[in-house]
Design a protein around this ligand. Structure first.
Ligand SMILES: [Zn+2]
Length: 448
C-alpha cells in the first residue's frame, strides 16, 4: 500500500470539511442537495461508485461503496448532512463561514456532524487511492434529515433502498470525543441509544362560560397532571452500560466525585444526590438523570380558543424517552401511574432504543486504535439519551457505534457545543480524528 502524506491529505480533508460547513443545510428545510452534490463530485473525480437518492426534491442523500472481496459483510460510515438552526446574533463568528480562529474551525455542523462526513468521505478516497485490498465493502452514506427524525434520510434508505446500506457494522455520531475528568482523558464510545415515545396527555371536562368556574375544568386537570409529571422521577433502572460508564468515570475522577458518582447507582440515594447536583452543575445532573430512567418533558400545550369559554378538552405533547429494553407499554404504565386516571394518553410516535455489546472485533479495533493515538486515553462505552440515524440502520441488523473521533482540550465541552452557539472544532483535533478514523477503517477492513 502506498505511503500517505498526512500533511497534504490533512489539508485536503480540512478544505473539504470547510466547503461542507459553508453550505447551509439547516433543517428545516434541510436542502441537503448541494452538499450531496459536492460529495458526489469528489466521488466521481476519484472513480468511486456512488448514487444520489431522494424521496423529496432537495432532500438528497449520497451513498458510495468501495468493494471488498466479499469475505465479510460491509462496514457503513454514516454522516448526516443537515444541521440544526442557528441564532446568528449569538455567534462570535459566521456560522456558515468555516473561519479559523483560536486554533478552531467554526461553523454549524463542525462537530454535529460535517466533521464525520468529511472524514468518512476522505477515508473512502484514501482507501481507493492507496489501492487497499478489502475483505468487506466500505459504504459511505451522507444522509438528509437526521435532525428532524431521519424520515427523508436514513429511514428512507433503510425502508426503500436497503440494498444500498445493509451492513454488519455502522460507525456514526456522538462518541469518540475527548471527555476530561480530573486529570484523566476518556473517549466515550456510543453503544446504546434511548428510544422515543412521543405522546399527548388529554384532559376532558364540561365546557361552559368562563364567568362560572367549573370543578372539572379540562385545563386545570391537565395542569395538575403535568405538575405531577414534572415533579416525579420515574423509577430508576441501572443498565449495565450506564453502570459501567459511571464506575469507569468515577475511578478517574478527583474527590469528591469519585465517591459520589457510584452512589448515583443507589436508587434510594440517587434522587437526593441528583437534586443537590442540579444546584451545582445542572448540565451534568440532567445528563446523568437521563441515563438512569425513562423521562418525560412536556413541550407543547393547547387548549381553548377564547378567553371566556371553558374548553372541553386540553392537550399537552410530551417528549418521552425510553431506556433500551423497556417496552413502550411498561413506560406508559409508569406515566399513567404518575399522572392519574383522569387524563388519557395518546401515543404520537415511537421507536425502541438500541443497545449493542462491546465484545465485537470492531469495538476492539476502536479501543486499540485509540490506544495507539492517545495512549493515556481510555475508551468507555456509554448510552446517549437521544437518538441518531443508528436506530434506522439497526432495523437492518447492523451493530452501530457512535464513534466520530475528535481530540478536544479540557476547555471545550462537547455536549455544550452540540446544537449550541459557537459550534467549533480544534483543527488539530479534527486532523487527529481523520487519521484515527482512516486507520480504524483501514485496519478493520483489510483483506488478510
Ligand atoms: Zn447529529
Amino acid at each position: 500500500m502506498a505511503e500517505i502524506d498526512w500533511a497534504r491529505v490533512g489539508a485536503e480533508s480540512v478544505e473539504l470539511f470547510k466547503s461542507l460547513l459553508r453550505i447551509e443545510t439547516v433543517n428545516p428545510p434541510g436542502n441537503e442537495r448541494p452538499a450531496a452534490e459536492l460529495i458526489a463530485g469528489v466521488l466521481a473525480r476519484e472513480g468511486i461508485e456512488h448514487q444520489l437518492v431522494e424521496r423529496a426534491p432537495t432532500r438528497t442523500s449520497v451513498v458510495a461503496r468501495l468493494r471488498g472481496n466479499g469475505k465479510r459483510a460491509p462496514l457503513l460510515l454514516n454522516g448526516h448532512l443537515d444541521v440544526v438552526p442557528v441564532d446568528r446574533d449569538k455567534w462570535r463568528h459566521d456560522p456558515f463561514g468555516a473561519e479559523e480562529h483560536d486554533g478552531c474551525i467554526w461553523g454549524r455542523g463542525a462537530i454535529d456532524m460535517k466533521n464525520m462526513v468529511a472524514m468518512g468521505l476522505m477515508t473512502l478516497v484514501l482507501l481507493k487511492r492507496t489501492g487497499a485490498a478489502l475483505e468487506r465493502d466500505v459504504i459511505f452514506a451522507g444522509v438528509a434529515d437526521e435532525e428532524a427524525g431521519s424520515r427523508e434520510g436514513a429511514l428512507y434508505l433503510v425502508e426503500e433502498h436497503p440494498e444500498l446500506v445493509r451492513a454488519e457494522y455502522v460507525l456514526n455520531e456522538v462518541g469518540g470525543h475527548t471527555l476530561h475528568m480530573g486529570k484523566r482523558r476518556f473517549y466515550p464510545v456510543q453503544v446504546a441509544e434511548k428510544g422515543i415515545c412521543w405522546f399527548e396527555l388529554i384532559a376532558e371536562g364540561s365546557p361552559g362560560h368562563g364567568s362560572m368556574p367549573r370543578p372539572d375544568n379540562a385545563v386545570v386537570r391537565l395542569a395538575r397532571a403535568i405538575e405531577r409529571l414534572g415533579a416525579t422521577r420515574l423509577p430508576q433502572k441501572n443498565l449495565p452500560v450506564v453502570e459501567g460508564f459511571l464506575r469507569t468515570l468515577a475511578a478517574g475522577a478527583p474527590f469528591p466525585q469519585n465517591k459520589v458518582m457510584p452512589l448515583l447507582l443507589e436508587p434510594r440515594l440517587a434522587g437526593h444526590l441528583l437534586g443537590l447536583m442540579e444546584k451545582k452543575d445542572v448540565d451534568r445532573a440532567i445528563g446523568i438523570n437521563a441515563m438512569l430512567r425513562n423521562t418525560t418533558s412536556p413541550t407543547v400545550l393547547s387548549a381553548g380558543k377564547k378567553v371566556n369559554v371553558i374548553p372541553s378538552e386540553a392537550r399537552a405533547q410530551i417528549d418521552g424517552r425510553v431506556l433500551p429494553g423497556t417496552a413502550i407499554a411498561d413506560f406508559l404504565r409508569e406515566v399513567q401511574a404518575v399522572v392519574g386516571d383522569d387524563v388519557r394518553i395518546n401515543v404520537l410516535d415511537r421507536h425502541d432504543g438500541t443497545t449493542f455489546g462491546t465484545d465485537t472485533p470492531l469495538y476492539e479495533k476502536i479501543r486499540s486504535t485509540l490506544a495507539r493515538h492517545d495512549p493515556d486515553g481510555v475508551a468507555v462505552p456509554y448510552m446517549i439519551p437521544g437518538f441518531t440515524d443508528s436506530f434506522a440502520y439497526a432495523r437492518l441488523g447492523a451493530t452501530c457505534y457512535g464513534f466520530s473521533p475528535v481530540k478536544l482540550g479540557p476547555e471545550l465541552n462537547f455536549t455544550g457545543m452540540y446544537h449550541g452557539h459557537d459550534e467549533r472544532i480544534p483543527k488539530d483535533g479534527y486532523l487527529w480524528g481523520q487519521r484515527v478514523l482512516f486507520e480504524l477503517v483501514r485496519d478493520f477492513t483489510a483483506a488478510t
